[in-house]
Unconditional design. Structure first.
Ligand code: PEP
Length: 251
C-alpha cells in the first residue's frame, strides 16, 4: 500500500525570511498534525534551518530543491549533501523542468544526484515530464522512458523503492489548468509499466508516482482518486496556507 504524499516547493518565490516564517507557520497551524497524508515543504537553502525549527514537532517534513552532484571539494557555490542531511532534510527535489531548461541539468546529472541523495538517506523526488514540443511530436513517451531509466538504473532494488517520481508535464506547469485526470492516470500507468518491465512488479508497485502541474484545491480530489496517482507536487498553490491545507485535506 503506497502512502499518499503531498509536497510543495517554494522555488524562489518566497524571497525573505519573514515571508517564509509566516508561510510555514500558517501551513503548520492548518495541517501540521495531519497523519493520513505524508507532507513536505522544500524552501530555498538558507531557509532550511528556520523551517526545521518550525516543523520540529508535527508531521510535516522538509527538504531541499536541489543537491550537488558531488560529495565535497572545490565546487564553488554548491552545498554539500551532508549538510542537507545534518539540517534534517528528508526529501530532495531533483531534475525540475526549470533546472533542466534554465540550468542545463541532464538526465546523467539527475542520475548522479539520485544516487547521492540515497547515499545520504534522503528521498529523491525526481521530476519527469514531456515538453509541449515532445507532446506535439508524439515523443512524450520516449522522453519519459529515458528519464525514468536514467533516474533509476543501477540502484539497488531496496533503494529504488524509496524514490518518488513526480510526473510534471512541462506544458502544465504554471498554467490555468492541470493536465486532465484521465491523461495523468494513463501516463502514471505507463511509467509504472516501464518500471515493472525493467525492474519487476515488486518495485513498480512500491514506487510512488505523484503529479505536479497547476494542482489547486479544485482539481486535487479528481487527480488523487486515480489508481496510479500517489500524491501531488504543488507549486503556486503551496504559497498560500489555505490552499495548501485544502489540497492536503481533499487528497
Ligand atoms: C512546478 O513548477 O513544479 C509546479 C507544479 O508549479 P505549479 O503548480 O505552479 O504549476
Amino acid at each position: 500500500m503506497r502512502k499518499i504524499i503531498v509536497g510543495t516547493s517554494w522555488k524562489m518565490h518566497i524571497h525573505s525570511m519573514k515571508e517564509g516564517e509566516k508561510l510555514v507557520e500558517g501551513i503548520y497551524r492548518s495541517v501540521g498534525y495531519v497523519k493520513e497524508v505524508e507532507m513536505f515543504i522544500l524552501p530555498t537553502y538558507p531557509m532550511i534551518p528556520m523551517i526545521a525549527k518550525k516543523l520540529e514537532t508535527g508531521n510535516i517534513k522538509w527538504g531541499a530543491q536541489n543537491i550537488c552532484m558531488m560529495d565535497k571539494g572545490a565546487y564553488t557555490g554548491e552545498v554539500p549533501p551532508l549538510i542537507l542531511k545534518e539540517l534534517g532534510c528528508s526529501y530532495i527535489e531533483i531534475g525540475h523542468a526549470e533546472r533542466r531548461a534554465t540550468f542545463g541539468e541532464t538526465d546523467k546529472d539527475v542520475h548522479k544526484k539520485v544516487r547521492l541523495s540515497l547515499e545520504y538517506d534522503m528521498i529523491p523526488v525526481v521530476c519527469i515530464g514531456e515538453t509541449e514540443e515532445d507532446k506535439r511530436e508524439h515523443v512524450g513517451n520516449v522522453r519519459l522512458h529515458t528519464q525514468v531509466l536514467w533516474a533509476l538504473n543501477g540502484l539497488p532494488i531496496e533503494e529504488m523503492k524509496k524514490v518518488i517520481l513526480a510526473y510534471e508535464p512541462v506544458w502544465a506547469i504554471g498554467k490555468a489548468e492541470a493536465a486532465g485526470a484521465e491523461y495523468v492516470e494513463n501516463i502514471h500507468g505507463y511509467v509504472r509499466s516501464i518500471i515493472e518491465k525493467e525492474y519487476g512488479r515488486d518495485v513498480a508497485q512500491a514506487i510512488r508516482i505523484i503529479y505536479g502541474g497547476s494542482v489547486n484545491r479544485d482539481n486535487t480530489n479528481l487527480l488523487t482518486k486515480q489508481e496510479n496517482v500517489d500524491g501531488l507536487f504543488v507549486g503556486r498553490f503551496g504559497l498560500n496556507p489555505e490552499d495548501f491545507s485544502q489540497i492536503v485535506k481533499t487528497t
